[in-house]
Design a protein around this ligand. Structure first.
Ligand code: SFD
Ligand code: AMP
Length: 647
């Protein structure tokens, strides 16, 4: 689509919009890493069972989602080839990884889910290699490890390679691209069971009704909730995928699914302004980061001493590493510098050939994954072997696949899921949410972080297989309430009607008391979240009183979102992205309010409960928004250690 067409005014009356109904057994929403994994695996089992799998994506899967512009590492790879180790109930060989993930979450994670994707992930990585992804190899033909669990790739084309695999598996005819999903459909005869989803084409005036026995949500995390550091012409330059606007979370919440750990967020430490990731520098190049006075602040163990036993973990948990850095900045010892010059100097050891190799790898790291960072270096004449580069903590992102674990409560594998969880939530299909037939994967599955790209794909495969099993075993035909669908269609296209109705009531299009555009809604949301819910302007600090006020303001914004206006289909998508973001923001606020402690300093601080409180809060928060009243109910769910390790 040409740039002009985003700006062009082309509204449609609801009556001029065609409705297309598509039937399937398994509907996958989102064609990112986890969605592609789900498609690949579901297609295999569906073929044998005579079932139909479709995938719906708001963009084009070849370059969509977090991996759209490539990656330079696969951050989840176990390197365990002997699968016979996993036949016992306990994930013996994976204990080290599960321990690492759990400590990184400051003691609270769904170890059953973590062990489950981890025991399956290697196979997916080998598949990527078979499909043509170049993995770095050393002189002995072994993968080059960035760190203990991370391996290096030349991954600019990672997503096209993975997408091709998924596309071939399900068949082009079952792929619906540039279709934005807005709502889930519940079954007419059983409102606790999912029966499909609705959405619209962002290119043509078509309303889609997808009728399906089971739905897998794979729409990534939620970005753009908080005011970002990038402003004005840099707006939109953030670390995580701008395309991921919390759709899966929001749609599941609106349908009454249980959420977990939605107070959790990820604050990535990144190269300032370009958002270049730091992992390769810390782990592969063994770089140090220092404060303005040249001191390696990670040696400041007293800063994190109050957060034992987690502070003694190796590596120090991600939030605590952030905390060490933030303390430097807050106390006037910033800016913080990644000592790229020293690291390259050490690795090059005075040998020009060696130095050139390291330099090439350093540039490739960004060119493969965060091309903007490479451009920023080039634009500023940065020679990383000569000068250090500034790093900083970014704005918060809600996600469940990186070092963040916000998401939905899902069923674990039968052999690993603790009885406590089985009793509380009697679910029978791995990765199914508390809504019958609705599965959640990747960023959408909560309390199970560190999946990254590969683990998300592997988790998609787990869910894809289970969704087909569900569609075979559950003997029902989804029934759709036609009058509800008609209502939804009206609602979905309302922003266009609002615009047409009121556009002449102003001489300045953007200033109109009758409507608001999505961008204006975005700014208002980001201001509320930033100032009341622990964004960058308060150094991630909040309290009950601030949260209460923030939630009140989110409530008003939700009311006003009824008046969103759209001038074309693209802007209509922006409207619905905002509606989804508002629901996720509310969930975040409710969960933050419920957990009365500071469990993840460096991610956020409760100034009224500044301490970590293992006695009361070493547990999951689980929430549910009542779909009919909109009120939230939160509960504690005990954390259960599954793997055999000691802290
Ligand atoms: O360096 C709708 N990630 C990294 N993973 C790694 O393995 N190695 C790395 O090097 C990584 N790094 C990294 C990473 C991400 C980013 C942005 C950068 C650097 C700059 C993390 C992984 O990418 C991430 O964990 C997975 O991709 C998560 O998978 P998933 O499936 O949960 O999300 P997705 O891939 O973004 O896909 C979501 C899809 O949904 C679509 N979508 N479609 C229809 N209707 C709607 N309403 C929709 N809403 C969203 C999206 O378009 C997208 O296709 S590093 O930092 O660690
Ligand atoms: P990042 O580039 O920050 O996304 O990190 C990539 C991978 O390296 C993730 O698995 C991180 O958890 C890990 N990582 C990043 N920095 C460090 C560090 N200083 N110590 C240990 N692990 C790290």
């Amino acid at each position: 689509m040409a740039v002009e067409s985003y700006r062009k005014v082309e509204t449609f009356k609801e009556s001029d919009i065609k409705t297309k109904t598509v039937e399937a057994d398994v509907l996958i929403v989102g064609g990112g890493m986890s969605g592609c994994g789900a498609a690949f695996e579901a297609a295999y089992w569906a073929k044998a069972a005579g079932k139909k799998v479709i995938l719906v994506e708001k963009a084009a899967i070849e370059r969509s989602g977090a991996v759209a512009h490539g990656l330079s590492a696969i951050n989840c790879y176990m390197g365990l080839s002997d699968r016979s180790q996993f036949t016992n109930n306990k994930p013996i060989a994976l204990e080290e990884f599960v321990r690492y993930v759990n400590l990184d979450m400051m003691g609270v994670s769904r170890e059953d889910l973590v062990a489950d994707y981890a025991r399956n992930v290697d196979d997916s990585v080998h598949l990527f290699e078979k499909w043509g992804l170049p993995l770095w190899k050393d002189e002995n033909g072994k993968y080059v490890r960035e760190g203990r669990w991370q391996i290096m790739i030349s991954g600019e084309s990672y997503k096209p390679i993975v997408a091709e695999g998924a596309k071939k598996a399900i068949g082009e005819e079952n792929l619906y691209e540039r279709v934005f999903i807005t709502h889930l459909l519940m079954d007419k005869n059983d409102p606790t069971r999912v029966a499909g989803a609705v959405g619209f084409s962002v290119r043509d005036p078509i309303f889609y009704v997808f009728k399906a026995k089971t739905v897998i949500i794979a729409t990534g995390g939620a970005t753009g909730l908080f005011r970002p550091k990038s402003t004005a012409e840099g707006m939109g330059r953030i670390w995580y995928a701008v395309f991921n606007t919390g759709s899966g979370y929001a749609m599941a919440i609106e349908a009454g699914a249980h959420t977990t750990q939605m107070e959790h967020r990820f604050i990535p430490t990144r190269f300032k302004d370009g958002y270049g990731p730091v992992g390769a520098w810390f782990l592969l190049f063994k770089s140090k980061a220092t404060n303005a006075y040249g001191k390696d602040y990670t040696e400041n163990v007293e800063t994190i001493a109050p957060y034992q036993p987690y502070a003694s973990a190796t590596p120090v948990p991600t939030p605590l590493r952030n905390h060490q850095m933030i303390e430097e900045m807050v106390n006037g010892r910033g800016p913080i510098w990644m000592r790229t010059d020293e690291a390259i100097g050490k690795l090059g050891a005075g040998d020009p050939k060696k130095t050139k190799k390291v330099l090439d790898e350093a540039w490739e790291d960004f060119l493969d994954m965060t091309v903007d960072q490479a451009l920023l270096w080039a634009a500023n004449d940065v020679e990383p072997d000569k000068t250090p580069s500034e790093i900083a903590a970014a704005e918060p992102y809600l996600m469940g696949s990186h070092s963040g674990c916000a998401g939905l409560w899902v069923c674990g594998p039968d052999d690993l899921m603790p009885d406590e969880y089985k009793t509380l939530f009697p679910l029978q299909y791995n990765r199914m949410t508390t809504i019958k037939g609705l599965f959640a994967i990747g960023d959408n599955a909560g309390a199970s972080p560190h999946k990254f790209s590969s683990g998300s794909f592997a988790e998609g495969r787990i869910a894809g297989k289970e969704a087909v099993r569900y569609s075979v075993e559950q003997n029902f035909e989804p029934t759709i309430d036609d009058s509800k669908v008609a209502e939804m269609k009206k609602k979905v296209f309302k922003p266009m009607e609002t615009y047409e109705q009121f556009k002449d009531a102003t001489t300045a299009e953007e200033i109109n008391p009758n409507y608001l555009f999505p961008k204006q809604t975005l700014w208002r949301l980001q201001k509320i979240m930033d100032e009341y819910m622990g964004g960058i302007s308060t150094w991630y600090r909040t309290s009950d009183a601030y949260l209460a006020e923030g939630l009140k303001r989110i409530g008003k914004l939700r009311e006003d979102s009824e008046k969103l206006a759209a001038r074309n289909l693209h802007e209509l998508m922006r409207c619905w992205e905002m509606v989804h973001r508002i629901t996720v923001a509310e969930a975040h606020g409710e969960h933050l309010r419920f957990r009365k402690e500071t469990r993840w300093p460096g991610y956020y601080y409760r100034t009224d409960y500044p301490k970590l409180d293992d006695k009361e809060w070493k547990c999951f928060t689980v929430g549910r928004r009542d779909p009919s009243t909109g009120s939230w109910n939160l509960q504690k769910v005990p954390y259960v250690q599954v793997a055999d390790y000691t802290i």
